[in-house]
Design a protein around this ligand. Structure first.
Ligand code: IPM
Ligand code: MN
Length: 352
Protein backbone atom coordinates (compact mmCIF):
# COMPACT_ATOMS: atom_id res chain seq x y z
CA UNK A 1 0.00 0.00 0.00
CA UNK A 2 1.51 3.28 -1.16
CA UNK A 3 1.10 5.94 1.52
CA UNK A 4 0.90 9.50 0.27
CA UNK A 5 0.87 12.45 2.64
CA UNK A 6 -0.73 15.53 1.11
CA UNK A 7 -0.07 19.06 2.35
CA UNK A 8 -2.17 21.52 0.33
CA UNK A 9 -0.83 24.59 2.20
CA UNK A 10 -1.82 28.15 1.30
CA UNK A 11 -2.99 30.38 -1.55
CA UNK A 12 -3.26 28.41 -4.79
CA UNK A 13 -1.70 25.39 -3.00
CA UNK A 14 -5.04 23.63 -2.32
CA UNK A 15 -6.28 24.20 -5.91
CA UNK A 16 -3.22 22.81 -7.64
CA UNK A 17 -3.01 19.95 -5.11
CA UNK A 18 -6.55 18.96 -6.03
CA UNK A 19 -5.49 18.85 -9.69
CA UNK A 20 -2.42 16.77 -8.94
CA UNK A 21 -4.49 14.33 -6.89
CA UNK A 22 -7.07 13.96 -9.66
CA UNK A 23 -4.24 12.93 -11.97
CA UNK A 24 -2.68 10.64 -9.37
CA UNK A 25 -5.99 8.89 -8.72
CA UNK A 26 -6.62 8.38 -12.42
CA UNK A 27 -3.19 6.95 -13.06
CA UNK A 28 -3.17 4.79 -9.92
CA UNK A 29 -6.55 3.30 -10.76
CA UNK A 30 -5.41 2.59 -14.31
CA UNK A 31 -2.21 0.91 -13.14
CA UNK A 32 -3.86 -0.96 -10.27
CA UNK A 33 -1.76 0.78 -7.62
CA UNK A 34 -3.23 0.66 -4.15
CA UNK A 35 -2.80 3.80 -2.15
CA UNK A 36 -3.82 5.66 0.94
CA UNK A 37 -3.92 9.45 1.19
CA UNK A 38 -3.48 11.34 4.44
CA UNK A 39 -3.76 15.11 4.65
CA UNK A 40 -1.48 17.20 6.84
CA UNK A 41 -1.42 20.87 7.74
CA UNK A 42 1.54 23.04 6.82
CA UNK A 43 2.41 26.72 6.44
CA UNK A 44 -0.15 29.45 7.05
CA UNK A 45 -3.02 26.97 7.15
CA UNK A 46 -1.23 25.17 10.00
CA UNK A 47 -0.46 28.44 11.79
CA UNK A 48 -4.13 29.40 11.69
CA UNK A 49 -5.24 26.01 13.01
CA UNK A 50 -2.51 25.23 15.55
CA UNK A 51 -0.24 28.26 15.97
CA UNK A 52 2.72 26.46 14.35
CA UNK A 53 3.81 26.19 10.69
CA UNK A 54 4.71 22.46 10.93
CA UNK A 55 2.85 20.91 13.85
CA UNK A 56 3.87 17.59 15.41
CA UNK A 57 0.84 15.79 13.93
CA UNK A 58 1.96 16.78 10.42
CA UNK A 59 5.48 15.59 11.16
CA UNK A 60 4.14 12.20 12.25
CA UNK A 61 1.93 11.84 9.15
CA UNK A 62 4.77 12.88 6.84
CA UNK A 63 7.26 10.47 8.43
CA UNK A 64 4.83 7.55 8.20
CA UNK A 65 4.32 8.10 4.47
CA UNK A 66 6.21 6.83 1.44
CA UNK A 67 6.01 10.24 -0.18
CA UNK A 68 4.75 13.74 0.56
CA UNK A 69 3.04 16.05 -1.90
CA UNK A 70 3.00 19.77 -1.12
CA UNK A 71 1.02 22.56 -2.82
CA UNK A 72 2.56 25.86 -1.73
CA UNK A 73 3.02 27.86 1.46
CA UNK A 74 3.01 31.51 2.48
CA UNK A 75 1.08 34.72 2.02
CA UNK A 76 0.75 38.36 3.07
CA UNK A 77 -1.34 37.43 6.05
CA UNK A 78 1.57 35.80 7.87
CA UNK A 79 4.35 38.16 6.76
CA UNK A 80 4.38 40.01 10.08
CA UNK A 81 4.87 36.82 12.12
CA UNK A 82 8.19 36.34 13.93
CA UNK A 83 10.56 34.51 11.60
CA UNK A 84 10.40 31.19 13.49
CA UNK A 85 6.64 31.12 12.95
CA UNK A 86 6.43 32.05 9.30
CA UNK A 87 4.86 29.60 6.81
CA UNK A 88 8.22 29.14 5.00
CA UNK A 89 9.67 27.75 8.25
CA UNK A 90 7.15 24.93 7.97
CA UNK A 91 8.40 23.98 4.52
CA UNK A 92 12.05 24.16 5.57
CA UNK A 93 11.27 22.02 8.63
CA UNK A 94 9.50 19.49 6.42
CA UNK A 95 12.45 19.24 4.01
CA UNK A 96 14.87 18.89 6.87
CA UNK A 97 12.74 16.36 8.81
CA UNK A 98 12.45 14.15 5.73
CA UNK A 99 16.15 14.74 4.94
CA UNK A 100 15.29 15.23 1.30
CA UNK A 101 18.65 16.71 0.43
CA UNK A 102 18.48 16.50 -3.36
CA UNK A 103 16.02 18.77 -5.11
CA UNK A 104 15.56 17.96 -8.79
CA UNK A 105 14.10 20.73 -10.92
CA UNK A 106 13.74 19.79 -14.58
CA UNK A 107 13.38 22.70 -17.00
CA UNK A 108 12.18 21.88 -20.46
CA UNK A 109 10.47 23.67 -23.32
CA UNK A 110 7.05 22.33 -24.32
CA UNK A 111 6.13 22.30 -28.00
CA UNK A 112 4.03 25.31 -28.87
CA UNK A 113 5.23 27.47 -25.97
CA UNK A 114 8.37 28.84 -27.65
CA UNK A 115 6.78 32.26 -28.10
CA UNK A 116 6.01 32.49 -24.38
CA UNK A 117 9.72 32.65 -23.62
CA UNK A 118 11.25 36.09 -23.06
CA UNK A 119 14.25 34.83 -25.06
CA UNK A 120 14.49 35.37 -28.79
CA UNK A 121 14.07 32.20 -30.83
CA UNK A 122 17.73 32.14 -31.93
CA UNK A 123 18.84 31.92 -28.28
CA UNK A 124 16.93 28.68 -27.98
CA UNK A 125 18.03 26.99 -31.17
CA UNK A 126 19.62 24.23 -29.09
CA UNK A 127 16.31 23.72 -27.25
CA UNK A 128 15.96 23.82 -23.47
CA UNK A 129 16.10 20.54 -21.59
CA UNK A 130 18.02 20.57 -18.35
CA UNK A 131 17.77 19.52 -14.71
CA UNK A 132 18.86 21.72 -11.85
CA UNK A 133 20.01 19.59 -8.92
CA UNK A 134 19.77 21.83 -5.89
CA UNK A 135 21.21 20.88 -2.50
CA UNK A 136 18.19 21.35 -0.23
CA UNK A 137 18.94 20.68 3.41
CA UNK A 138 22.22 22.49 4.01
CA UNK A 139 24.07 25.71 3.32
CA UNK A 140 22.95 29.19 4.26
CA UNK A 141 19.31 28.13 4.70
CA UNK A 142 20.24 26.03 7.70
CA UNK A 143 23.51 27.61 8.90
CA UNK A 144 23.97 29.55 12.14
CA UNK A 145 22.09 32.83 12.16
CA UNK A 146 22.49 35.95 14.21
CA UNK A 147 20.02 38.72 14.04
CA UNK A 148 20.74 41.99 15.79
CA UNK A 149 19.62 45.53 15.17
CA UNK A 150 23.00 46.65 13.88
CA UNK A 151 24.58 43.42 12.71
CA UNK A 152 23.13 40.23 11.29
CA UNK A 153 24.75 37.16 9.76
CA UNK A 154 23.90 33.86 8.03
CA UNK A 155 26.46 31.09 7.80
CA UNK A 156 27.13 29.19 4.56
CA UNK A 157 28.60 25.87 5.63
CA UNK A 158 28.95 22.55 3.80
CA UNK A 159 30.46 19.27 4.91
CA UNK A 160 32.22 16.76 2.66
CA UNK A 161 29.38 14.34 3.35
CA UNK A 162 26.72 16.79 2.20
CA UNK A 163 28.56 17.66 -1.01
CA UNK A 164 29.41 14.02 -1.75
CA UNK A 165 25.83 12.81 -1.61
CA UNK A 166 24.44 15.61 -3.79
CA UNK A 167 27.29 15.02 -6.26
CA UNK A 168 26.26 11.37 -6.61
CA UNK A 169 22.67 12.40 -7.33
CA UNK A 170 23.88 14.82 -10.02
CA UNK A 171 26.11 12.23 -11.71
CA UNK A 172 23.41 9.54 -11.54
CA UNK A 173 20.93 11.98 -13.06
CA UNK A 174 23.38 12.80 -15.85
CA UNK A 175 23.82 9.09 -16.59
CA UNK A 176 20.12 8.92 -17.48
CA UNK A 177 20.50 11.94 -19.79
CA UNK A 178 23.24 13.59 -21.87
CA UNK A 179 26.03 12.67 -19.39
CA UNK A 180 27.18 16.22 -18.64
CA UNK A 181 27.29 17.90 -15.23
CA UNK A 182 27.95 21.60 -14.68
CA UNK A 183 28.73 22.40 -11.06
CA UNK A 184 27.95 25.99 -10.08
CA UNK A 185 29.78 27.68 -7.22
CA UNK A 186 31.62 30.84 -6.19
CA UNK A 187 35.00 29.20 -5.58
CA UNK A 188 36.86 32.42 -6.44
CA UNK A 189 35.50 33.91 -3.20
CA UNK A 190 33.93 31.34 -0.88
CA UNK A 191 35.71 28.62 1.12
CA UNK A 192 32.55 26.50 1.14
CA UNK A 193 32.59 26.63 -2.68
CA UNK A 194 36.22 25.52 -2.82
CA UNK A 195 35.36 22.40 -0.79
CA UNK A 196 32.30 21.94 -3.02
CA UNK A 197 34.45 22.04 -6.16
CA UNK A 198 37.11 19.67 -4.77
CA UNK A 199 34.51 17.10 -3.76
CA UNK A 200 32.74 17.37 -7.14
CA UNK A 201 36.09 16.58 -8.83
CA UNK A 202 36.68 13.59 -6.55
CA UNK A 203 33.23 12.09 -7.05
CA UNK A 204 33.54 12.65 -10.82
CA UNK A 205 36.36 10.06 -10.88
CA UNK A 206 33.73 7.40 -10.10
CA UNK A 207 31.76 8.41 -13.21
CA UNK A 208 34.19 8.33 -16.13
CA UNK A 209 31.25 8.31 -18.55
CA UNK A 210 30.06 11.72 -17.32
CA UNK A 211 31.77 15.03 -18.19
CA UNK A 212 32.09 17.59 -15.39
CA UNK A 213 32.73 21.30 -15.72
CA UNK A 214 32.48 24.23 -13.33
CA UNK A 215 30.97 27.68 -13.58
CA UNK A 216 30.96 30.58 -11.16
CA UNK A 217 27.41 31.43 -10.24
CA UNK A 218 27.45 34.92 -11.76
CA UNK A 219 28.61 33.47 -15.06
CA UNK A 220 26.02 30.66 -14.79
CA UNK A 221 23.24 33.24 -14.38
CA UNK A 222 24.42 34.91 -17.58
CA UNK A 223 24.92 31.66 -19.54
CA UNK A 224 21.37 30.57 -18.70
CA UNK A 225 20.06 33.52 -20.67
CA UNK A 226 22.76 33.58 -23.33
CA UNK A 227 22.48 29.91 -24.32
CA UNK A 228 20.31 27.73 -22.06
CA UNK A 229 20.61 24.81 -24.49
CA UNK A 230 24.22 24.23 -23.42
CA UNK A 231 23.17 22.71 -20.07
CA UNK A 232 22.29 19.13 -19.22
CA UNK A 233 22.55 18.73 -15.42
CA UNK A 234 23.42 21.72 -13.26
CA UNK A 235 24.31 20.97 -9.64
CA UNK A 236 24.57 23.70 -7.05
CA UNK A 237 24.07 24.68 -3.43
CA UNK A 238 20.82 25.57 -1.73
CA UNK A 239 20.73 29.34 -2.28
CA UNK A 240 22.25 29.41 -5.78
CA UNK A 241 19.81 26.65 -6.80
CA UNK A 242 16.87 28.62 -5.47
CA UNK A 243 17.82 31.68 -7.52
CA UNK A 244 18.91 29.93 -10.72
CA UNK A 245 15.79 27.75 -10.85
CA UNK A 246 13.50 30.79 -10.78
CA UNK A 247 15.62 32.32 -13.52
CA UNK A 248 15.47 29.14 -15.59
CA UNK A 249 11.72 28.79 -15.14
CA UNK A 250 10.84 31.94 -17.09
CA UNK A 251 12.89 30.72 -20.05
CA UNK A 252 10.25 28.09 -20.80
CA UNK A 253 7.28 30.39 -20.52
CA UNK A 254 5.88 30.26 -17.02
CA UNK A 255 6.91 29.31 -13.50
CA UNK A 256 3.51 27.58 -13.43
CA UNK A 257 5.00 24.73 -15.47
CA UNK A 258 7.92 23.63 -13.34
CA UNK A 259 7.74 20.62 -11.04
CA UNK A 260 10.23 19.36 -8.49
CA UNK A 261 11.16 16.22 -6.62
CA UNK A 262 13.16 16.26 -3.42
CA UNK A 263 14.86 12.98 -2.70
CA UNK A 264 16.52 11.66 0.44
CA UNK A 265 17.79 8.26 1.62
CA UNK A 266 14.29 7.00 2.36
CA UNK A 267 11.78 9.83 1.95
CA UNK A 268 10.65 11.96 -0.96
CA UNK A 269 8.80 15.23 -1.32
CA UNK A 270 7.11 16.54 -4.45
CA UNK A 271 6.14 20.16 -4.98
CA UNK A 272 5.69 22.64 -7.80
CA UNK A 273 8.45 25.24 -7.68
CA UNK A 274 6.01 28.15 -7.76
CA UNK A 275 4.75 29.92 -4.65
CA UNK A 276 1.28 30.34 -3.19
CA UNK A 277 0.31 33.29 -5.49
CA UNK A 278 -2.23 34.77 -3.04
CA UNK A 279 -3.28 37.37 -5.64
CA UNK A 280 -4.96 34.72 -7.80
CA UNK A 281 -5.92 32.21 -5.08
CA UNK A 282 -9.43 30.79 -5.16
CA UNK A 283 -10.22 32.15 -8.63
CA UNK A 284 -9.51 29.10 -10.76
CA UNK A 285 -6.67 30.95 -12.48
CA UNK A 286 -3.73 28.88 -11.21
CA UNK A 287 -1.82 26.76 -13.69
CA UNK A 288 -2.05 23.17 -12.40
CA UNK A 289 0.68 21.86 -14.72
CA UNK A 290 3.61 22.27 -12.29
CA UNK A 291 1.71 20.32 -9.64
CA UNK A 292 0.61 17.66 -12.13
CA UNK A 293 4.15 17.23 -13.44
CA UNK A 294 5.34 16.90 -9.84
CA UNK A 295 3.06 13.87 -9.64
CA UNK A 296 4.79 12.55 -12.75
CA UNK A 297 8.07 12.88 -10.86
CA UNK A 298 6.50 10.91 -8.01
CA UNK A 299 5.77 8.12 -10.49
CA UNK A 300 9.45 8.04 -11.48
CA UNK A 301 11.13 8.35 -8.11
CA UNK A 302 8.69 6.84 -5.61
CA UNK A 303 6.68 4.37 -7.69
CA UNK A 304 9.58 3.50 -10.03
CA UNK A 305 7.11 3.73 -12.90
CA UNK A 306 8.69 5.89 -15.58
CA UNK A 307 6.01 4.67 -17.99
CA UNK A 308 3.27 6.31 -15.91
CA UNK A 309 5.25 9.56 -15.74
CA UNK A 310 5.58 9.54 -19.51
CA UNK A 311 1.85 9.05 -19.83
CA UNK A 312 1.19 12.13 -17.66
CA UNK A 313 3.81 14.23 -19.47
CA UNK A 314 2.40 13.24 -22.84
CA UNK A 315 -1.13 14.23 -21.78
CA UNK A 316 0.11 17.61 -20.54
CA UNK A 317 1.99 18.38 -23.72
CA UNK A 318 -0.90 17.32 -25.97
CA UNK A 319 -3.36 19.56 -24.10
CA UNK A 320 -0.99 22.56 -24.05
CA UNK A 321 -0.10 22.17 -27.69
CA UNK A 322 -3.79 22.01 -28.56
CA UNK A 323 -4.03 25.52 -27.10
CA UNK A 324 -5.94 24.78 -23.90
CA UNK A 325 -4.23 27.10 -21.42
CA UNK A 326 -4.53 28.97 -18.15
CA UNK A 327 -4.07 32.74 -18.28
CA UNK A 328 -0.29 32.70 -17.67
CA UNK A 329 0.16 30.95 -21.04
CA UNK A 330 -2.39 32.82 -23.13
CA UNK A 331 -1.47 33.38 -26.75
CA UNK A 332 -3.46 34.26 -29.85
CA UNK A 333 -5.39 31.21 -31.01
CA UNK A 334 -5.45 29.60 -27.56
CA UNK A 335 -8.48 29.03 -25.37
CA UNK A 336 -8.63 30.03 -21.74
CA UNK A 337 -9.25 27.26 -19.22
CA UNK A 338 -9.78 27.38 -15.47
CA UNK A 339 -7.54 25.28 -13.21
CA UNK A 340 -10.29 22.69 -13.03
CA UNK A 341 -11.03 22.64 -16.77
CA UNK A 342 -7.39 22.24 -17.68
CA UNK A 343 -7.07 19.44 -15.14
CA UNK A 344 -10.12 17.69 -16.59
CA UNK A 345 -8.67 17.97 -20.09
CA UNK A 346 -5.41 16.39 -18.90
CA UNK A 347 -7.23 13.63 -16.99
CA UNK A 348 -9.34 12.86 -20.08
CA UNK A 349 -6.21 12.64 -22.18
CA UNK A 350 -4.63 10.21 -19.69
CA UNK A 351 -7.76 8.06 -19.63
CA UNK A 352 -7.75 7.71 -23.43
C1 IPM B 1 11.43 27.32 -3.25
C2 IPM B 1 10.94 28.44 -2.38
C3 IPM B 1 11.40 28.20 -0.95
C4 IPM B 1 12.91 28.15 -0.94
C5 IPM B 1 10.85 29.20 0.09
C6 IPM B 1 9.34 29.27 0.07
C7 IPM B 1 11.37 28.91 1.46
O1 IPM B 1 11.39 29.66 -2.86
O2 IPM B 1 11.04 26.16 -3.01
O3 IPM B 1 12.18 27.57 -4.20
O4 IPM B 1 13.56 29.21 -0.86
O5 IPM B 1 13.45 27.06 -1.00
MN1 MN C 1 12.46 29.53 -4.74
Amino acid sequence: MFKLCVCPGDGIGPEVTKSALAVFETIAKQAGIEYEINEALIGGAAIDATGEPFPEASKVTAMKSDAVFLGAVGGEKWNEMPVSLRPERGLLALRSTLETYANLRPVRMFAGLEDMSPLKADRMKNGIDMVIVRELTGGIYFGARQEGDNVASDEEKYSRKEVTRIAHVAFHTAQTRDKRVTSVDKANVLASSRLWRRVMEEVALEYPDVALDHLYVDNAAMQLIRDPGQFDVMVTNNIFGDILSDEASVLVGSIGLLPSASIGESKALYEPIHGSAPDIAGQGKANPVAAILSMAMLCIHSLKRKDLAEQIEKAVSVVLERGERTGDLMQPGCEIRTTEQLTEAIVREIAK
